[in-house]
Design a binder for this molecule. Structure first.
Ligand code: ASP
Length: 313
């Protein structure tokens, strides 16, 4: 079977500035190239998703791993999950600090009887696995936090992707990351990793480590991005996957789910694959940073018009 791969670097407010778009495209395409060649050489969808998430977590441009945004108290707490469609097994960590790749903890938990751990449990697991302590803070994130925090302690959240000013300054492209893969054996997997929405209350739980934000079966796999509360209220990833598993086409499942999300005034996006090899993405947010490899070429959604859109390839 021809492998398929789709990845995202978040959704949110506007992304202006050519320098910004080109830089984001370069980052996303280099991940696609590496991970797609793994899939071609027979790597499983699950392993490919883990590698894709690691690469995106390591890219400071995106809001996950290195470059995660700061919460209301100025701390970084990251969440990540992995779902293997072949075994229909979900695992994840919630609000973990001081590790480089939260997806690695989610990977370890795939074969554990306790598969989703919160903050103290994740810290304990990182210690047990002797994961080196890592500071995910970047100068840019610290400056953004200080700047946005100044004289405004009521601010509800940071711009999830890129404020126009930042984009014009050439530093566009913050956002949660996600990877969905279909391997040569026809197996699907999805992974999602985030630093959260920024400025959130301590203890706030992101959709990224819930089936609402990351879900897969043997039939379809989805990773979401956007406002976590909106994604949870729509139960978006699980809803799309279950619609496809129950017999709806991926295109119909995406269109129906995004019409519902739009009607409910949600701010979100998703990437999806099904077992037939269909590739899809959708957004109600202004932009979504998506790129995919269909076996012949790479393409992206970086220059789409604002507003609700669903694309199926
Ligand atoms: N969904 C993430 C959250 O709310 C944020 C994002 O996707 O950018 O935690």
């Amino acid at each position: 079977m021809q492998p398929k791969l789709i990845i995202h670097g978040g959704a949110g407010s506007s992304l202006h500035g050519k320098g910004g778009v080109e830089a984001v495209r370069k980052s996303l395409y280099s991940v696609l190239e590496e991970v797609y060649s793994l899939l071609l050489s027979g790597t499983s969808a699950k392993e490919a998703v883990i590698r894709g998430c690691q690469l995106l977590e390591d890219d400071p441009r995106f809001n996950s791993g290195t470059g995660s945004v700061l919460q209301s108290d100025g701390q970084i707490r990251m969440s990540a999950s992995l779902m293997d469609g072949a075994s229909q097994c979900f695992s994840g960590v919630i609000n973990v600090s001081r590790v480089k790749n939260p997806i690695d903890l989610a990977q370890f938990l795939q074969s554990s009887p306790d598969r989703v751990l919160s903050d103290s449990g994740s810290a304990e697991l990182a210690r047990e696995l002797q994961v080196p302590t890592y500071d995910a803070l970047t100068d840019l994130r610290l400056q953004e936090w200080i700047q946005e925090r100044q004289g405004n302690f009521q601010k509800a959240m940071a711009g999830v992707v890129a404020e126009p000013e930042l984009a014009e300054a050439g530093s566009a492209g913050r956002g949660t990351i996600g990877v969905v893969a279909l391997d040569t054996q026809g197996r699907l997997a999805a992974g999602t990793s985030t630093g959260g929405k920024g400025f959130e209350r301590i203890g706030r739980v992101s959709d990224s480590a819930m089936p609402a934000g990351n879900y897969a079966t043997r039939n379809a796999a989805v990773s979401c991005t956007g406002i976590g509360e909106d994604i949870i209220d729509e139960c978006l990833a699980a809803k799309i996957v279950i619609r496809v598993t129950d017999g709806m086409s991926l295109e119909d499942a995406m269109r129906r789910s995004f019409i519902e999300a739009e009607q409910n005034k949600r701010d979100l996006g998703a990437i999806a694959l099904d077992v037939t090899g269909a590739i899809a993405w959708g957004k109600t947010s202004e932009v979504i940073l998506v790129a995919y490899h269909d076996g012949e070429k790479m393409a992206d959604t970086l220059e789409l018009p604002f507003g609700m859109e669903v694309g199926v390839i």
